[in-house]
Design a protein. Structure first.
Length: 290
């Protein structure tokens, strides 16, 4: 526990590049914080910072320690929270379309086996989500497979595909897109609203498809809600795309019109955990529920 306290002090100094600012944040005196850093340096026989009266600069040893310290502190926080609550906590980050299409049913299934596990799900850009995973502040990330291939630390991830189905276009009744051609270029002349963080996904498309999307400034609207995109398509000339299993019931009920997407894009979702995280039964079962 004492080592964790010292690492917390080191992390604050490294992040703020100031002993005074770190001491204020931690509620310590400057001398007490200095003593903590010296205790690590003497105990480990390394120098963590180059210090002058005006600057604090991390040494190579300090730079190497920092990401590991953040990872360990994040893991310790999760352990403490779990012990204090008496319940297991599962932290998940996904893309917004995945959250709306897949997460609710998965939670309902998951709760039958693990009724005492708390689940937190949020959305954020995938590169930030993977950083959170690497720092062990979350347990699982869910994104389009092509998106995950474009993130840093991909080689540290254990990836499992959980869904692969075609996209369908959705649009209002009587929309002229129904009379448009059946090529990707034909439909890109309309205004589109897309849910999610698609930059990494688009970077993994072929060069000619990327050029075509850029030439049409696709999409005109990018939202973090699939439901909002559907509402826009229902009441305006905007077109959107969602997975087939979500689109077909809306079309069958007459709420909106739709067609298979001519671009050949699939809603291909993968679940990713850290290779060295071990096998966590709740995480594995949640992925099974997807």
């Amino acid at each position: 526990m004492d080592d964790l306290r010292l690492l917390r002090h080191f992390e604050a100094v490294y992040r703020l590049l100031s002993f005074s600012a770190a001491a204020d944040e931690l509620g310590l005196t400057h001398s007490a914080l200095t003593k903590s850093i010296k205790q690590i340096e003497h105990g480990w026989d390394v120098q963590l910072f180059h210090r002058t009266t005006r600057t604090v600069v991390a040494t190579e040893a300090g730079k190497k320690l920092y990401p590991m310290a953040v990872e360990l502190l994040g893991f310790a926080k999760n352990v403490r929270t779990s012990v204090q609550s008496g319940e297991h906590i599962l932290n998940i980050v996904s893309g917004p379309a995945i959250l709306e299409n897949m997460i609710p049913l998965a939670i309902e299934k998951f709760a039958r086996r693990f009724p005492n596990t708390r689940i937190n799900v949020e959305t954020m850009p995938p590169h930030l989500a993977v950083e959170e995973l690497v720092q062990r502040r979350i347990h699982l990330v869910l994104y389009h497979e092509a998106t995950l291939r474009g993130v840093a630390h991909f080689n540290r991830l254990r990836v499992r595909n959980v869904c692969d189905e075609p996209y369908w276009m959705l649009f209002r009744q009587g929309h002229p897109v129904r009379q448009a051609g059946d090529s990707l270029e034909d439909i890109l002349g309309f205004d589109w609203a897309i849910a999610g963080f698609d930059d990494l996904f688009e970077n993994n498309l072929s060069d000619d498809v990327q050029a075509l999307l850029q030439a049409h400034d696709f999409p005109k609207y990018r939202l973090l809600s699939q439901a909002a995109c559907i509402d826009l398509a229902r009441c305006s000339d905007i077109v959107t795309a969602i997975p087939k299993t979500a689109a077909c019931p809306l079309i069958e009920r007459g709420e909106i019109d739709g067609l298979p997407h001519p671009g050949g894009f699939n809603f291909s979702v993968s679940a990713a955990v850290l290779y060295d995280a071990g096998v966590e039964p709740t995480v594995e079962h949640f992925v099974d529920c997807l």
